[in-house]
Ligand binder design. Structure first.
Ligand code: F0G
Length: 459
């Protein structure tokens, strides 16, 4: 018999309490947090969809690995196991452990960047862009045009626009391109996948011009799922083989292992070139730690090596991608404007469309994030003009291209009843959508304002 229901392919051995609160309490908590969900305490939250990063539930095997962790400063057995796991996946000869993704980014973009250099990506994640810009270089996003229309269906909305890539290389000169970076899946572009065909094309263009191609691979297993099910010729390959093929087309990779390696902390840099690896190892030792632990303890490396295997389990990936789609497709059917098709790790809601009565300078995404918290204790993040907005000389807001709210789903953490609870909340959100008020910013720092800004509801 073929079952319709996708079950969570795990049993629960250890549980964490969720503190159930009332709407009245949450209104008070949100007021104290200045209407910014980042400033809430975790025990004030019922369903935490703030991020899928570092929030995975580890398996019994990983916890067993934690006990096995070898904490030797140099040449730890746990490092040997992590190094082997990463080499086997990436096919690269030089692996540098780091405490998380942005530490790998700081090292590689610190080495490759600098004034006059340009980096080109489908979409640079914020920390990737920040590390590149901090080095004095510029970062340019060139995902295909289809990626800017939230409602449009396309199987690989994360692809790079290869025509623009060629043009940019001509315009800037190949010598001035620090690297091309493929982010899989494309987080800031809606968690959308990149096809193998696009990766091959980008790889060929980079080879022709002698430009380095790097993979930001934190969700490479989720991307492999989409390739197997959407791209011709991959039906009979395993998810791991698909990921390995993707790595084989690149010169290096940076990973925040807090996503698809199913750990709470960790990352790495993988490189093919010996001289580059030596220069980066020097930076690693100065800023992270010795080359056989980077910023990690032995137990972290042990859990990472195990997680990197577990994530390619077909039953796990089937559950992961289908349960994200379950939430997204239900919301879509109810008439909630969501980014289509549903991405791998998150559902993105188009708040500009949902709250069409709110102008962008009243931050419709922030309004939805506040509503979701007040109604149901669901914590999400605005990805719109609060996060990316800038001001012109007169102080007028230059809005972000889209006003999205991300519901990022932690791995192996929530069950179907939690998801049903979220779906139910949207009935109420839809009913009341015309009465929701906008927000204004009352206090903000100069950089990365979304983390700490204060907001007030409009009168
Ligand atoms: N690259 C991508 C595509 C990411 O999504 C992230 C983190 C990083 C790099 C940086 O990794 O956090 O380990 O330093 N994304 C998290 C998120 C924070 O919520 O999407 P890190």
């Amino acid at each position: 018999m073929k079952h319709k229901t996708i079950i969570e392919p795990f049993k629960i051995k250890s549980v964490e309490p969720i503190y159930v609160t009332t709407e009245k309490q949450r209104i008070e908590y949100l007021k104290k947090a200045h209407n910014n969900p980042f400033l809430l305490q975790s025990d004030q939250v019922i369903i935490d969809f703030l991020t899928d990063s570092g929030t995975s539930a580890m398996s019994a095997e990983q916890w067993a690995g934690i006990m096995r962790g070898d904490e030797s400063y140099a040449g730890s057995k746990s490092w040997e196991r992590m190094e082997n796991a990463v080499k086997n996946l990436t096919g690269m000869g030089y692996i540098l452990p780091t405490h998380q993704g942005r530490a790998a980014e700081r090292i590689i973009y610190g080495h490759l960047g600098g004034k006059g250099k340009t980096f080109i990506s489908n979409t640079h994640f914020d920390t990737t862009r920040a590390n590149i810009e901090f080095s004095g270089a510029e970062a340019i996003d060139i995902a295909i045009d289809e990626s800017n229309d939230p409602a449009l269906i396309h199987p690989f909305k994360g692809n790079i626009n290869t025509e623009r890539l060629e043009k940019l290389i001509q315009e800037k000169g190949p010598k001035n391109i620090g690297a091309v970076i493929l982010t899989v899946t494309n987080n800031s572009g809606g968690g959308q996948p990149v096809s193998m065909k696009n990766t091959r094309e980008v790889s060929a263009i980079c080879k022709k011009h002698g430009i380095l191609l790097l993979l930001d691979c934190c969700r490479v297993a989720e991307n492999a799922y989409f390739i197997k099910h959407r791209e011709e010729g991959f039906e009979n390959k395993t998810y791991e083989e698909i990921a390995q093929e993707m790595f084989s087309l690149t010169d290096g990779a940076a990973m925040s292992s807090k996503k698809d390696a199913l750990v709470n902390m960790g990352g790495f840099l993988a490189l093919r070139d010996k001289a580059m690896a030596e220069a980066c190892t020097m930076l690693l030792i100065i800023t992270e730690g010795f080359s056989t632990y980077g910023g990690l303890s032995g137990r972290d490396m042990e859990a990472l090596a195990i997680g990197l295997k577990e994530v390619f389990d077909p039953a796990y990936l089937e559950y992961r991608i289908k349960s994200t789609a379950y939430l997204g497709e239900h919301l879509h059917k109810m008439g909630v404007p969501v980014m289509m098709p549903i991405g791998g790790h998150a559902v993105y809601i188009d708040a500009k469309k949902l709250y069409s009565h709110l102008p962008v300078d009243q931050y419709p995404g922030q309004a939805l994030a506040c509503e979701l918290y007040k109604k149901a204790g669901i914590r999400t993040v605005e990805i719109g003009s609060v996060m990316f907005g800038k001001y012109d000389e007169t102080g007028k807001l230059i809005p972000a291209p889209m006003e999205l709210v991300r519901l990022a789903i932690p791995r192996r953490v929530y069950t179907q009843s939690h998801i049903e609870y979220v779906i139910e909340t949207f009935d109420e959100i839809l009913k009341e959508k015309n009465h929701v008020k906008g927000y204004k910013i009352t206090k903000e720092p100069k950089f990365l304002r979304h983390f700490t800004a204060h907001f007030e509801e409009m009168k």
